[in-house]
Design a protein around this ligand. Structure first.
Ligand code: GTP
Ligand code: MG
Length: 206
């Protein structure tokens, strides 16, 4: 898919104030610093559309980016960032869970995990939460430039094992990406295009 336009629309912490249009959206979630905002920039081919930082906790709100005038990418705050005070963390969690449970436009969540690390409890808990909330999701492995292809395959196999031990019948659809090298860009965009095509053909989206 060609990205013709990509524009920031709105940031907020209330699901009710998210754009009120019947357009499909795809949300990026995962631990702080995993590369959610960088991936949005890589996919849209815009250097600084979403704000990134080497320090975790950069994205603090729900950010809507309108793509090609007819669908959205949504950048979310990370979870599991210990240095955020407990009360702030609870607020994050509430509006993040509100988003996943109430946002009718959400068609797929991308759960990002750093390909260098073993499956973390918080990520496994989060995918179980999405399963219970009946939110469709894919897994996106990030920062693939940081390890060899062989190691990446080993880590994906280990991750798959953990996901299955955690009660899933099979590994969810997944992608391997690097925002610095644009790895996985075509695959993720092709997936989105296919889902969008299905939705646009079917008049009764929401
Ligand atoms: P929060 O908003 O804090 O939750 O973080 P985030 O998940 O949005 O991460 P962000 O995109 O801000 O990236 C965090 C850091 O990782 C930055 O220093 C990025 O440059 C770096 N980074 C992100 N993706 C990649 C990647 O694919 N490869 C490499 N080498 N670095 C990356
Ligand atoms: Mg971010």
């Amino acid at each position: 898919m060609k990205i013709n336009t990509a524009e920031f629309v709105v940031s907020n912490s209330e699901v009710a104030k998210c754009p009120n249009e019947p357009l499909p959206e795809y949300a990026f979630i995962g631990r702080s610093n995993v590369g959610k905002s960088s991936l949005i920039n890589m996919l849209t081919n815009r250097n600084s559309l979403a704000k990134t930082s080497g320090r975790p906790g950069k994205t603090q709100l729900i950010n809507h980016f309108k793509i090609n005038e007819n669908w959205y990418l949504v950048d979310l705050p990370g979870y599991g960032y210990a240095r955020v005070s407990k009360s702030t963390k609870e607020v994050f969690q509430k509006f993040i869970t509100d988003y996943f449970e109430r946002r009718e436009q959400l068609v797929c969540a991308f759960v990002l995990v750093d390909i260098r690390h073993e499956a973390q409890k918080i990520d496994l808990e989060f995918i179980n939460y999405l399963g219970e909330a009946e939110v469709p999701f894919c897994i996106i492995f990030t920062k693939a430039d940081k390890i060899s292809k062989g190691k990446a395959q080993q880590h994906i196999a280990a991750y798959q094992k953990k996901v299955i031990e955690n009660g899933w019948e099979e590994m969810p659809q997944h992608f391997v990406t690097s925002s610095t090298e644009a790895t996985g860009r075509d695959e993720v965009l092709a997936f989105i295009e296919e889902v969008n095509d299905g939705i646009f053909k079917n008049q009764g989206f929401i």
